[in-house]
Design a protein around this ligand. Structure first.
Ligand code: IPE
Ligand code: IPE
Ligand code: MG
Ligand code: MG
Ligand code: MG
Length: 301
């Protein structure tokens, strides 16, 4: 079958529904004591996220010729980490935003203290899930340990958190494009990268092929964050489900703030071209990733 944008979108919807089902099972603890924290966790996960990071986990496994069932816990774990990062990103001490995925942010509903704790608990639950992978799916424990180690690094102080720190510390001061690229690659690219890698590692991909995926994700993260920054200016808040103008309000450094919209769009296009180039060694099996890269230029949310 020809892998056009329509087929891609159908595949995305199928993935999203499946991931939502799996996340429901994972967070069924709604009645668990104490109820508030579990409600806040569920509130922050079941609110219409695109589920791109779990999709990357599945695609990584697919490219390595693995069984998608084996990576379900890892796929859910990446989404929980992402949701935690959003809950904290929206806090008053950070971006201070009151809308996320079309609903009031976690701290607006549950208060700041519970939102901080819900984020902490989502992150912790993610590592529990990763650790359980080998029990649930009989995966080689050495691969699971590698994934846990890589995820810890990717979302820690030298990865996603490091990016968030540079993002916050750069507010109100002009930084250069190369610092901004580093910032984007840390705060956004690292989680994409480790998502694709996790699926591939569990499915047994060799290091040389993993490096190709890394290259794809570097450029994908960049294109994705540039388009996020553009949507913060030009997006429809009803569609993106978060406030427009948040970056301006916080005097953030973004590509549009430094280079203007047109040049930013061009850079996102270049990054998408680099994504496609990095996938040249693959055949049709990488068509989903190709479409995903192109989609960053068209997305409305
Ligand atoms: C938003 O990510 C935060 C960024 C890293 C730009 P997404 O655009 O993937 O958000 P959801 O999960 O679909 O809400
Ligand atoms: C968020 O970047 C990155 C992380 C949550 C790690 P943004 O602050 O641009 O994300 P949005 O626009 O609030 O989704
Ligand atoms: Mg932010
Ligand atoms: Mg934000
Ligand atoms: Mg943003």
């Amino acid at each position: 079958m020809d892998f056009g944008m329509e087929h891609f979108k159908a595949q995305v919807n199928k993935y999203r529904d499946f991931i939502d089902e799996q996340l429901q099972e994972t967070l069924e603890s709604v009645n668990t004591y104490p109820p508030t924290i579990h409600e806040a966790m569920r509130y922050s996960v079941f609110n219409g996220g695109k589920r791109l990071r779990p999709m990357l986990v599945f695609e990584g496994a697919k490219l390595a010729g693995g069984n998608p069932d084996e990576v379900i816990p890892a796929a859910c774990a990446m989404e929980l980490i992402h949701c935690y990062s959003l809950v904290h990103d929206d806090l008053p001490a950070m971006d201070d935003d009151d809308l996320r995925r079309g609903k009031p942010t976690c701290h607006i509903i549950y208060g700041e203290a519970i939102a901080i704790l819900a984020g902490d608990a989502l992150l912790t639950r993610a590592f529990e899930l990763l650790a359980l992978s080998s029990n649930l799916q009989q995966i080689d424990p050495a691969r699971v340990v590698q994934v846990i180690s890589e995820v810890s690094k990717a979302v820690g102080s030298c990865g996603m958190i490091g990016g968030q720190v540079v993002d916050l510390q750069s507010e109100g001061r002009q930084i250069d494009c190369s610092t901004l690229e580093t910032l984007h690659s840390l705060k956004t690219g690292q989680l994409f990268r480790v998502s694709l890698r996790s699926g591939a590692i569990i499915a047994g991909m060799d290091n040389k092929t993993l490096a190709i995926l890394d290259n794809y994700c570097y450029h994908f993260g960049l294109a994705f964050q540039i388009s996020d920054d553009i949507l913060d200016i030009k997006g429809n808040p009803q569609v993106i489900g978060k406030p427009v103008g948040s970056d301006f309000k916080n005097a953030k450094n973004t590509y549009p703030s430094i280079l203007g919209l047109e040049k930013s769009y061009q850079l996102a296009q270049n990054a998408v071209e680099a994504c496609l180039e990095s996938l040249q060694v693959f055949g049709k099996e990488a068509d989903f990733l190709r479409c995903l890269a192109r989609y960053t230029l068209q997305r409305e949310k």
